[in-house]
Design a protein. Structure first.
Length: 175
């Protein structure tokens, strides 16, 4: 029987990682209920600071209420928004309120303006803009009338009203 001896070289074990330094959490004590006045810096930093030390201009951090930020509008909700009274009522409204601007009418300019808008959760119309333009005056008239439209039945996603994009064509033609 042959015995082979191996030289085993001991290696240094990897030292354990040192714990991270403790995080200092400052606690401010406001003296005299005025944040622009003197703080008790000894409690804050554990050091002595001159008596009567005054902080410069105090600027409060603005409070952002996340609940009030609007979610982006949906393009294809489960239930699409629709005008109250139906689309025939919407077209009647548009016919009754659109006026053909004088400049394009005299110059025989006609065409179809595509408008995009957002139907809000309450059915109101917002963020009206032109997707396809014909003439600046026709675009302006189409935007004016769409902004005047009565409320719609909002779109729904999972049974809840959601903001939705909607697009409609508005045709201007000279008879």
């Amino acid at each position: 029987m042959v015995v082979v001896e191996e030289n085993i070289i001991p290696t240094d074990p990897i030292p354990p990682a040192s714990p991270p330094p403790p995080q200092l959490v400052p606690i401010l004590k406001i003296i005299q209920n005025d944040p622009a006045k003197v703080f008790d810096f000894e409690d804050l930093f554990g050091q002595d600071f001159p008596e009567g030390l005054v902080i410069g201009d105090y600027t409060p951090i603005p409070f952002i209420d996340i609940e009030t930020e609007l979610p982006p509008p949906e393009y294809f909700p489960e239930v699409m928004p629709e005008p109250i009274g139906g689309f025939e009522a919407m077209y009647d409204f548009l016919r009754a309120n659109l006026t053909y601007p004088k400049g394009p009418r005299e110059n025989f300019i006609s065409g179809q303006v595509f408008i995009q808008f957002v139907v809000e959760k309450d059915g109101s119309i917002s963020e009206v803009k032109v997707l396809s333009s014909v003439h600046p005056e026709l675009d302006k008239e189409a935007i004016r009338v769409v902004k005047m439209m009565p409320k719609w039945n909002p779109g729904k996603q999972k049974g809840k009203a959601v903001r939705c994009y909607y697009q409609i064509p508005i045709r201007f033609s000279i008879n």
